[in-house]
Ligand binder design. Structure first.
Ligand SMILES: Cc1cc2nc3c(=O)[nH]c(=O)nc-3n(C[C@H](O)[C@H](O)[C@H](O)COP(=O)(O)OP(=O)(O)OC[C@H]3O[C@@H](n4cnc5c(N)ncnc54)[C@H](O)[C@@H]3O)c2cc1C
Length: 479
């Protein structure tokens, strides 16, 4: 009889794993808590898109923590909402994670080919004049800077158009040019004929038949509890939900829940510092383009990436910008100010990785998470503030609102860690093939496996690792 593998969650880590497993000949049941959301459900063609609610239930308030959580629940997971910036890892980081560098680098190339990443073999997205000026000034400073690689089509592909530069990716992409796991991996997985999808279905518990082997899952589907059998399980519920699900699967064979003592620890995120800049009247098209379009990698080895992006700092259109502005100037001047200035604003930002130490935890008893600051964070922030100011000056822009621009926050969108990958069971939760240490047939493939060393933008490397975990699952099960 064919074996059935259950994959929990359809985001960046889950769907590539499900695809690889189905392509290997296994039956796959993909369980997704959220609904199937098509591009037509996006509201960005309505005049009030900016104030309308997002097209999927956010369920963000379920979690409380040191900062607000940002995610999406639905077929495609948080890729429905992300800004599609594509970042890869250096050889040194891959080695530190115990991964086979040659094999992962090969998967990086084939995944970029498959997703038609703009800037890989198809052109980068053209920069508008504000970004061009920032790029040129970064080069004048002697910095390594370039247009970002992005999972947003720059050429039409399989019935999907090239990007129209509206920049509204976080509301869901109406034209369907932004690549999500739903319009890429899901299409491919369905072609195998071995994928069954259960949407609006939540997994509540993994059930063990002995201390090392899962045999079934408790789920809630159409508001009714059910039990389904599984020969193996890939947990891809996201950086917070995965440790929550494992640790709340308490039972005779696992009185403290499933997983070793590292599950739920070493949570990390990206620290973002935004800096608003304003150009002269000549920069008419400053609002148009992909959400984040420019990266400076000069300081990557020091743990800092600099970006330009009009959606950074939560600015997704004139209303959100004006809301922030009115805090300082009073609402009466807001409309005039919006008309005069919206098109001249740019946002440059620095991104750094947070500590990810043992005390950065997912509290699985009460859906809380906490991230501490590490020694040197404030010095780093001062250093990056200087870099952002230097960049602004070199481009001939002015800084806006010093008190706002210098705020620094954790992103809440790029949470990771808590089930870290690596070849040392003492400090890691899953082995380099994603198998949970101490268990025969439980795998993890989502942002929770990411170890330290990734400054920002985890989604691409998650898809690479998801595909790798899915591909090696058969051999790992037999070993
Ligand atoms: C606004 C925003 C912008 C971003 N921009 C970028 C970017 O530009 N570049 C980048 O690389 N990354 C970006 N990210 C981050 C990126 O989207 C995430 O890191 C990535 O999608 C995480 O993948 P995941 O598989 O861990 O989790 P998710 O993609 O969140 O998938 C988890 C899935 O599991 C489902 N699930 C959870 N619990 C259960 C359960 N018990 N039963 C069944 N299903 C369950 C959820 O519904 C969800 O669909 C952004 C994120 C946000 C929110």
């Amino acid at each position: 009889m064919e074996q059935t593998i259950v994959v929990i969650g359809s985001g960046a880590g889950g769907l590539p794993a499900a695809t690889a497993i189905a392509e290997k000949g296994y039956q796959v049941i993909l369980i997704e808590r959220g609904p199937a959301v098509g591009p037509s459900q996006s509201k960005i063609n309505q005049y009030n898109f900016e104030t309308a609610s997002l097209p999927w239930p956010t369920a963000e308030s379920e979690w409380s923590g040191s900062h607000a959580l940002q995610r999406a629940l639905g077929l495609g997971g948080s890729t429905l909402r992300y800004q599609a910036v594509t970042h890869t890892l250096s050889v040194a980081v891959l080695e530190k994670w115990g991964l086979n560098v040659r094999s992962i680098n090969k998967t990086i190339q084939t995944t970029k080919d498959f997703l038609k990443i703009a800037g890989h073999k198809t052109p980068h997205h053209a920069l508008n004049s504000l970004s061009t000026r920032l790029l040129e000034s970064a080069h004048r400073l002697g910095w390594k800077a370039s247009a970002v690689e992005a999972a947003i089509l720059s050429k039409p592909h399989e019935g999907r158009p090239a990007c129209n530069k509206c920049g509204m990716c976080v509301f869901g992409c109406l034209p369907n040019d932004k690549t999500t796991t739903a319009n890429s991996w899901l299409v491919r997985a369905k072609k195998t004929g071995r994928l069954k999808i259960l949407t609006n279905t939540q997994v509540l518990k993994l059930n063990l038949k002995d201390s090392k082997t899962v045999e079934s899952l408790d789920i809630i589907r159409n508001e009714r509890p059910e039990k389904i059998k599984a020969d193996a399980v890939v947990v891809s519920a996201g950086a917070l939900e995965t440790p929550f699900l494992l640790k709340n699967s308490k039972q005779t064979f696992a009185p403290d829940g499933i997983g070793n003592k590292n599950v739920g620890r070493y949570l990390a995120d990206t620290r973002v510092q935004n800096h608003f800049v304003i150009g002269d009247k000549m920069i008419e098209d400053a609002h148009a383009g992909i959400p984040i379009d420019l990266v400076v990698k000069e300081f990557e080895s020091e743990g800092i990436l600099l970006y330009q992006g009009r959606n950074l700092g939560g600015i997704v259109g004139p209303v959100s910008l004006a809301k922030l502005y009115s805090v300082h100037e009073g609402p009466e001047r807001t409309l005039t100010w919006m008309k005069n200035n919206y098109k001249r604003i740019g946002i440059i930002a620095s991104m750094m990785e947070s500590g990810g130490n043992r005390n950065d935890i997912v509290d699985t008893r009460k859906k809380r998470f906490s991230i501490t600051t590490k020694e040197g964070d404030s010095q780093n922030e001062v250093a990056t503030k200087m870099l952002l100011k230097k960049w602004t000056k070199a481009a001939g822009f002015k800084s806006l609102w010093d008190e706002v621009t210098h705020h620094s926050s954790l992103s809440g969108a790029m949470l990771r860690g808590a089930c870290r990958i690596g070849n040392n069971e003492k400090i890691h939760s899953v082995d380099p093939n994603g198998k949970l240490y101490g268990y025969n047939n439980i795998f993890v493939s989502d942002a929770s496996i990411l170890n330290q060393g990734l400054i920002a933008h985890p989604s691409f490397i998650l898809q690479v690792l998801g595909y790798h975990i899915g591909q090696s699952l058969g051999a790992t099960l037999r070993a």
